[in-house]
Design a binder for this molecule. Structure first.
Ligand SMILES: [Zn+2]
Ligand SMILES: [Zn+2]
Length: 240
């Protein structure tokens, strides 16, 4: 019965690739080309920035405050298109059906030896409350997977900023300077997982980390759904 309904739905609303928008012959999410160009982060990663070692050019966080970062996919090609769809159109299926499983598994594996007390997400400013809160969505999914609570309201954005992707690389740090505030009553002595959608320069995550440290948080691990690949335009070449 379910298959019959699916066939009728497919006729009425033919499935389209969430990467490029092409019509698909059956109920799938990605066409073959977009699937090929979705690059997962591999297993042999830099222990600081979380990228494959071959794509890492980090200096092990000489000027970054968090302990380490974990990521699941590269922000390039299909990864970039999917993030935009998830973030700006609120298409939750991008996470639920395509990007989510690998993200949840990787973060679980990479934080298995860390006694986490709570999960935080990079917050939107309150003036953006009508926008889809994609980082909160990721945090809630992780909370369920790891059985660790989201610490609601522990990290807030106190100043509205310009979109980071519109800033020059050097301008990103000043754009987010002092934009976040954290609650020491909730965070003192806590080990937290800080969640964002994409890491490029780590400026936003670092600024949040500064606020968390000021509030007395102990260990701070970052998890991002996607990350940029420092040495490669296309990102990881490994496929699942
Ligand atoms: Zn496609
Ligand atoms: Zn690195």
């Amino acid at each position: 019965m379910r298959n019959v309904w699916q066939s009728i739905l497919d006729l009425l609303f033919p499935p389209r690739c969430k990467g490029c928008g092409e019509l698909l012959p059956s109920a799938k999410n990605l066409c073959g080309t977009c699937r090929e160009k979705l690059h997962p982060v591999g297993e042999n990663t830099c222990l600081f920035c979380g990228r494959d070692r071959e794509y890492c050019s980090c200096d092990f966080g000489a000027d970054l405050l968090f302990e380490r970062a974990v990521s699941a996919w590269y922000y390039s090609d299909t990864g970039r298109a999917l993030l935009h769809r998830f973030k700006f159109r609120g298409d939750r299926a991008v996470f639920d059906e395509i990007l989510g499983r690998r993200f949840l598994r990787r973060v679980k594996e990479e934080t298995a030896d860390i006694p986490l007390d709570g999960i935080l997400f990079v917050p939107n400013h309150k003036s953006d409350k009508d926008r889809f809160a994609q980082t909160e969505y990721l945090a809630k999914a992780l909370s369920k997977e790891l059985s660790v609570p989201v610490l609601e309201g522990a990290l807030v954005k106190v100043r509205k900023t310009e979109p980071q992707h519109k800033q020059s690389l050097s301008g990103r740090r000043t754009n987010v300077k002092g934009a976040f505030s954290a609650d020491s009553n909730i965070l003192r002595g806590k080990n937290v997982l800080l969640v964002d959608d994409v890491a490029t320069t780590f400026s936003t995550l670092n600024e949040c980390t500064a606020a968390l440290i000021a509030a007395g948080a102990d260990r701070i691990i970052c998890a991002t759904l996607l990350t940029t690949a420092a040495n490669s335009r296309t990102g990881g070449k490994h496929h699942e």
